[in-house]
Design a protein around this ligand. Structure first.
Ligand code: NCD
Length: 314
């Protein structure tokens, strides 16, 4: 894998993704052994001993930040944290490049989230230490895509042959963009796009799917999505990223009534946080796996940290 994880393109091929997934599986297995036997210590417990990871979030975050920080702690490393831009020198006009050059002297890796599309790329360009993208602008959220497909793989046994419907804000939501890119490493993928009108998937991703032989079908409403689809991937309207029309979450809400038409095997996924596009009346439905998805962020991010800090076999 590349030195940084800025975008899905840093994952060279399917085997590299699978290697991360297998490492995440092994980390979970070791932790289970530890939980069952108080005398047993996970082989990964000290893998990042004396390593410091800077957590640099210029945008709000609950899951991504907590799961990265939990991942570092579980590997025996230390977190240097700066929760928001208002406490950093960027408010004094410092450039991303200078902030990164500074942090390089304090940490062994940087986890960074920022509202601008090219922010993490700029950070990586000047950084001697690994930079991991925790969400940049509207384009990339590579560790989210990894945990999404890790969850699919865990529940379905494989990713090849997956049919997945993407719902909601396919224009500004970075998670579906990274997901489409990661899915392209696999075979026989079918994507059903069910965007809100005006929030369609940008042309570059449509072209990309075409070039990679992924089948894309547009659906005007949830009712048009085949009932046997393997996964419904709902997303929130990214209201912080654009002004204008007043879109209504209720127009594409997956609730118990809408879900009743789908197969018993259709997973309901969401990167979270949810607004009104996901009814709470499906939370106890075994097909609703969004919290499992969020929790899988920890082993997947542990695997990413270990791989980039070159301690995968510790
Ligand atoms: C997503 C993000 O930040 O892009 N959240 C997350 O990391 N789980 C999705 C969102 O904010 O809608």
């Amino acid at each position: 894998m590349n030195k940084h994880l800025v975008s899905i393109k840093d994952i060279k091929d399917r085997e590299e993704a699978e290697k991360l997934f297998r490492l995440a599986d092994d980390i979970r297995a070791e932790e289970r052994k530890e939980a069952l036997n108080p005398r047993y210590t996970s082989g990964y417990a000290n893998a990042l001993k004396r390593k410091q990871v800077a957590s640099l979030f210029f945008e709000p975050s609950t899951r991504t930040r907590f799961s990265f920080e939990s991942a570092v702690n579980k590997l025996g490393g230390d977190i240097l944290t700066m929760s928001n831009a208002s406490s950093s020198s960027t408010v004094k006009g410092e450039s991303i490049e200078d902030t990164i050059r500074t942090i390089m002297g304090y940490a062994d890796a940087i986890v960074m989230r920022h509202s601008e599309d090219d922010s993490v790329e700029r950070a990586a360009r000047v950084s001697d230490i690994p930079v991991i993208n925790a969400g940049s602008g509207t384009k990339q959220h590579p560790t989210q895509a990894l945990l999404d497909l890790y969850t699919v793989r865990q529940l379905k046994g494989q990713i090849d042959g997956l049919s997945i419907a993407l719902l909601g804000d396919l224009k500004y939501g970075r998670t579906t963009h990274s997901l489409v890119e990661l899915l392209s490493l696999y075979e026989k993928i079918k994507v059903f796009g069910c965007p809100l009108k005006g929030l369609e998937m940008p042309q570059q991703y449509m072209d990309f799917m075409g070039e990679r032989g992924m089948e894309y079908t547009h659906c005007n409403s949830i009712e048009e999505i085949p009932s046997i689809v393997h996964a419904l991937y709902s997303t929130r309207i990214q209201r912080e990223r654009f002004e204008g029309k007043d879109f209504k979450d209720s127009d594409y809400c997956i609730d118990a009534k809408k879900l009743s038409r789908f197969s018993d095997n259709t997973l309901v996924m969401h990167p979270l946080p949810r607004n009104g596009e996901l009814g709470t009346d499906i939370d106890n439905d075994p097909r609703a796996i969004y919290f499992k998805q969020a929790h899988n962020g920890v082993p997947v991010r542990q695997a990413v940290l270990l791989t980039l800090l070159d301690r995968g076999n510790a």
